[in-house]
Design a binder for this molecule. Structure first.
Ligand SMILES: [Zn+2]
Length: 50
């Protein structure tokens, strides 16, 4: 089995840490645009990756 690295979604608006797919808490849709809430691995805030 090959190990896949999690895809990068963006960065934390609070501390600029990299947010990846494994940090995602909720995925939803805003006017047809996918959006997520993620748990920042660095500052532990729930953020919108940017
Ligand atoms: Zn952060």
């Amino acid at each position: 089995m090959s190990r896949q690295s999690p895809s990068r979604l963006g960065t934390c608006p609070a501390c600029a840490a990299t947010i990846t797919a494994v940090d995602v808490l909720v995925e939803y849709d805003v006017n047809g645009q996918p959006a997520v809430w993620a748990d920042c691995p660095d500052c532990r805030e729930v953020v919108h990756p940017v």
